[in-house]
Design a protein around this ligand. Sequence first.
Ligand SMILES: Cc1cc2nc3c(=O)[nH]c(=O)nc-3n(C[C@H](O)[C@H](O)[C@H](O)COP(=O)(O)OP(=O)(O)OC[C@H]3O[C@@H](n4cnc5c(N)ncnc54)[C@H](O)[C@@H]3O)c2cc1C
Length: 496
Amino acid sequence: MSDTIYDVIVVGAGNAALCAALSAKEQGAHVVMLERAPQELRGGNSAFSGAGMRFVYHGVEDIKSIVRDLTEEELATSDFGAYTAEEYLDDLGTTSQYRTDPDLAEKLVKGSTDAVQWLREKVGVRFIAKYGDAALKHEGRWKFFGGSVIRVNGAGRGLVEAEFKAAEKLGIPIRYGTRAIKLLHGLNGVEGVRAIVGRAQEDIRARAVVLACGGFEANREWRTRYLGPGWDLAKVRGTRYNTGDGIAMALKLGALPFGNWSGAHATEWDLNAPEFGELAVGDAFSKHSYPLSIMLNANGERFLDEGADTYNYTYAKYGRAILQQPGQSAWQIFDSKVISRLRSSYRIKKMTKVSANTLEDLVTKLDGVNAQQALKTIHEYNAAVKKEVPFNPNVKDGRGTTGLAVPKTNWAQTIDAPPFEAYGVTCGITFTFGGLKITTDAEVVDAEENPIPGLYAAGELVGGVFYFNYPSGSGLMNGAVFGRTAGQNATRYAKK
Ligand SMILES: Cc1cc2nc3c(=O)[nH]c(=O)nc-3n(C[C@H](O)[C@H](O)[C@H](O)COP(=O)(O)OP(=O)(O)OC[C@H]3O[C@@H](n4cnc5c(N)ncnc54)[C@H](O)[C@@H]3O)c2cc1C
């Protein structure tokens, strides 16, 4: 056991944990971070992320205050619109089928602008506008859509490296290879954690603990137990270290389980991607241009509405739909009319891709797919496209299909112009939605909904915000807003 008694121990070293530790330090806390991963694999899912961030802004001036290096030409040709608190709350409401906890959702939304500004000003995170992903060019002007319009320069790695740099500058110690396994508890509440360091156990004491060590997405057994059959077969998009330890520790102490325990954020992910994420590839195994495609399963049939909405309102639930298909796989089919519009992740080296000059040839190249049925499905789809409605990728154009059992609602283009391309995808799980219940002060509550003294939580392991689906760019914002709150309140508690 070490003799030091910290004010605050932060468990984890992803975005939520780093925001908590930086905020605790700002308040004058003696803080230490414990990270299960070795230093070279630090940063959790946050390091793998595309680092898009959804926040409330009221127009171009708000964007300019955060994205500092927009050129005059970009400003003159860009329409950022606005994204209000009401729209953000509405998006959390509709994606969660109105189950999102109203207090947590409001805190997330209302804290979002301040959190981005703090990351920019105090932490030194550099943001860029999401040209290409969240904005399309039409008649010479970029029109942004979907609410998540900025990302961190350098994506997830850029984000956590800026945060680690700030932590190192403030002298916050980070103990790598240190896996917290148990919360220490006395009469007055939480008093520290027990950790495995190498092969030894060590008790590390503190007046308050912030749990920010991720969900259980990398735990195959918990996935199957809570998400259901088949989830053992999903690929993990990010870190291998988020196995639910923080949730398990808190539950053992009587914390209340909360939120969508059978739900997860899961997306279309390269069919042959490795079992866990690869930091060098990051988010690029994602295949989010499917609204311009049709997706076929192994039976050669369509199974979802590819054009129900822009990708940022459907991508997080379509992973589950793919997992439910035979072989847990699907193929996204494009023709040359739209290939130039595909996102940059369709041009990486490691990809499951086939191409052909005829549809007959293409369907025979789709590994494991009923080629005859695939061809029939494409022809039926082509015949059902509402050709009289103009195609417009900038808005939900209503160019859908008629008469199909599985409709496509927008951006339906016939697939008839060679060359044709197809991309193999499977389900990649991002993070789990179920977790602990916290107050808006980030205090973890017990079964009677009373705060457990000295215990705070933030990030993926908090339940109650996301159910079924998710508006893109909310995960990092959730971690930033509640991470800051947890760091501040844990310090206040420790110094009482
Ligand atoms: C490929 C990909 C793309 C994404 N893109 C976006 C995006 O563009 N925008 C967005 O908002 N979100 C995105 N996300 C989701 C986002 O990354 C997560 O919501 C967010 O990073 C969660 O932050 P966190 O701090 O809670 O968890 P993490 O960043 O995962 O951090 C948890 C940390 O805890 C550590 N840990 C685990 N167990 C222990 C233990 N027992 N002891 C000590 N440490 C432990 C882990 O090693 C890890 O460092 C993406 C995720 C992935 C995987």
